[in-house]
Design a protein around this ligand. Structure first.
Ligand SMILES: Nc1ncnc2c1ncn2[C@@H]1O[C@H](COP(=O)(O)OP(=O)(O)OP(=O)(O)O)[C@@H](O)[C@H]1O
Ligand SMILES: [Mg+2]
Length: 611
């Protein structure tokens, strides 16, 4: 609940709107209260020989609480009707107007409070995304992306429901409840007192049930994140799913998690279903008891029946207003776990290295070195890298080879500090990269990943990603250097062709060339290229090799090679196996002495081993 309160407090930032919302809630409730009190003279006129408008006005005028300024003149009072029915008519007409005004106030209250809720939720969503995009990669890998997406989308929605319950509905109901109770007190204070005495009992019931609901909601939210994961994975990999005709399997997987969500939701069912009837029964028992006591008092002539009936009506109105509170408290309780998960996200430490006081890394011109580097992915049993020692002088072109899962991608992702090693250090030009600003470090590094990531937008925008304000000429030049210009020009709108999500409309080789153009545009001192493991046609392959060879001058190139041609063009080859460097050297030497390398050349790199 603490986290929910924190977000509720955040909505106080919109002070003016909150004040307006409260004002109209109070106005609307006062309308209700005044209307209820107004019933007394109507009833008195109907049931007994009550007051006419003239006698009523005279009585009000003489009341001790009446301020002098508001006192009516005798002439005005004398002009008022003496007719009982006309009196009732005028009072009811007045109540009608009051109801209209109350309705308008009610609308304005809801209008302003919902505004506050939406603003708050939008702000929380923005803050959350702001945080997420700056989280260390390790945290995202460990927690799972879909869990985080679920927090940003689902949990903020749940928080919004809770805030609506609190700010809009609960405030309206509570003020109306208070108005009803006040009216009941004015009509008959003894009845009012008894009903107030019952309130703590009702409160305890609601609170007990609320706790159970909160616990179960937390589990439900967690399973919902799983639901997200299963659905988005299946959709992202829809090609694979279809080709493998695993629709049934995926549907089954989704169904299992979906059922899990339902089970969690059903656990709240009893508590939710019980709340309203319990409160109802308690209220009716109390009212019945009150009616008995009152009936005795009326028969004995100690109680004015009009006042008693009005008090009952007012209590009914108070009850009707307060009853939805049980549901509202439950709604608020359900959103507490969402608030907690959001708070966790918002309080997560951002990626280190963004401190502006850190020195900047000058452009790389000496060496890149790994010293005793070890790394284990969060939650993984085996380390992905162990005891890596490697020094690469500036300008060298190094190919990394190794079986799948040997740690090539992991090793190279330590250079732009996507992960920090658990042990050892990574040095650029003799400086530990943890001691410099991570932005300046990454500015000098161009990365082409194994799975090319393209964003929604035009081809030109994708090449210029992260390099704002570059001219079209420079984009096209980079594309030419990456050997991408030709195929881009053949697209329907050339450089302005909009790419679908993930660039599915392009082939693997074309996507990789776009990524190379993106890297070239940054003019990096270090190029990290993770060759696609997926099939790339011979034409693309040759062009990529050409582009790299041309681009290489004056830079250090670290290339994860999955193709023999790349290996043969390298100055040095580093062979990885199970997270260790098993050998390094030029192709000829390795073929002669390294069995792992020979195997790789034969089976993975597609060569005969005889080069
Ligand atoms: N996100 C992750 N969470 C846990 N373990 C991971 C993660 N990514 C990789 N690993 C593990 O780390 C090890 C090294 O993976 P890495 O991706 O570096 O291999 P690789 O040499 O690039 O393989 P490939 O040739 O298939 O690209 C593997 O055992 C892999 O299972
Ligand atoms: Mg890899």
């Amino acid at each position: 609940m603490r986290d929910f309160r924190r977000f509720a407090r955040q909505s106080l930032r919109y002070r003016g709107t909150v004040a307006l919302a409260l004002l109209f809630a109070v106005l609307s409730a006062s309308g209700l209260g005044a209307g209820l009190v107004g019933i007394i003279p109507v009833l008195q006129n109907i049931l007994q020989d009550g007051h006419t408008l003239r006698t009523l006005a005279a009585r009000v005028n003489e009341a001790p609480w009446m301020p002098d300024a508001l006192r009516m003149s005798d002439a005005f009072i004398a002009s008022l009707t003496q007719d009982r029915f006309k009196t009732v008519l005028i009072i009811i007409a007045g109540l009608g107007v009051l109801t209209l005004l109350g309705g308008a106030a009610n609308f304005l209250h809801a209008y302003f409070s919902l505004t506050v809720v939406q603003r708050t939720v939008t702000k929380v969503r923005r803050d959350a995304f702001h945080r997420v995009i700056r989280l260390p990669l390790k945290r995202v890998v460990a927690g799972g992306a879909s869990d985080i997406v679920s927090r940003i989308v689902n949990d903020t929605a749940a928080l919004g429901a809770g805030l609506t319950a609190l700010l809009s509905r609960a405030v309206a109901q509570v003020t109306k409840g208070i108005a009803g109770l006040t009216a009941a007190f004015i009509a008959d204070w003894r009845l009012g007192l008894v009903s107030v005495a019952v309130a703590p009992l009702l409160y305890t019931i609601i609170r007990r049930l609320g706790k159970r609901i909160r616990r179960a909601s937390r589990e439900a939210l967690r399973s919902q994140a799983g639901l997200y994961g299963a659905a988005s994975e299946a959709l992202q990999g829809l090609r694979v799913v279809k080709v493998h005709t695993t629709e049934r399997y995926e549907a089954g997987r989704f169904h299992r998690i979906n059922k899990q969500v339902m089970r969690e939701m059903l656990r709240v069912r009893t508590a939710r279903a019980l709340a309203s009837p319990l409160v109802e029964v308690v209220s009716i028992v109390v009212l019945g008891f009150l009616a008995l006591v009152a009936a005795k008092a009326i028969i004995d002539g100690q109680l004015d029946p009009s006042r008693f009936i009005t008090a009952l009506i007012a209590l009914g109105a108070a009850g009707a207003s307060l009853k939805p509170l049980t549901g509202l408290v439950n709604d608020i309780q359900s959103s507490a776990p969402a608030a907690q998960r959001l708070a966790e996200l918002l309080d997560a430490d951002p990626e280190p290295g963004h401190d502006s006081r850190l020195p900047r890394l000058p452009r790389h011109r000496e060496s890149i070195a790994f010293e005793g580097v070890a790394f284990t992915y969060p939650g993984a049993g085996e380390p992905a890298l162990r005891g890596i020692d490697l020094r690469i002088p500036f300008g060298e072109r190094v190919a990394f080879v190794g079986p799948n899962g040997s740690g090539k991608t992991t090793l190279l992702s330590l250079v732009p500090r996507l992960f920090d090693p658990d042990a050892g250090r990574v040095l650029i030009d003799g400086r530990d990269i943890r001691e410099v600003g991570v932005r300046s470090l990454r500015r000098h590094i161009g990365v082409v990943t194994q799975e090319v990531v393209l964003f929604r937008g035009s081809v030109a925008a994708n090449i210029a990603y992260g390099a704002e304000g570059v001219t079209r000429e420079r984009v096209e030049e980079a594309a030419r250097k990456a050997r991408a210009d030709e195929f881009i020009r053949q697209l329907p709108n050339g450089y302005d062709t909009e790419l679908a999500e993930q660039g599915l409309s392009l082939s693997g080789g074309q996507r990789q060339r776009l990524a190379i153009a993106r890297a070239i545009l940054r003019d990096p001192a270090i190029l990290i290229l993770d060759e696609a493991t997926s099939m790339i046609d011979a034409d693309s392959e040759a062009r990529i090799a050409e582009a790299i060879a041309e681009f290489h001058g004056g830079r250090t190139c670290l290339i994860v090679a999955h193709r023999l041609s790349t290996v043969l063009n390298a100055d040095r080859i580093v062979v990885l196996d199970a997270g260790r460097i098993v050998d390094q050297g030029p192709h000829g030497e390795l073929i002669a002495r390294c069995e792992t390398y020979r195997q790789l050349v034969r089976h993975q790199l597609g060569g005969s081993g005889q080069q």
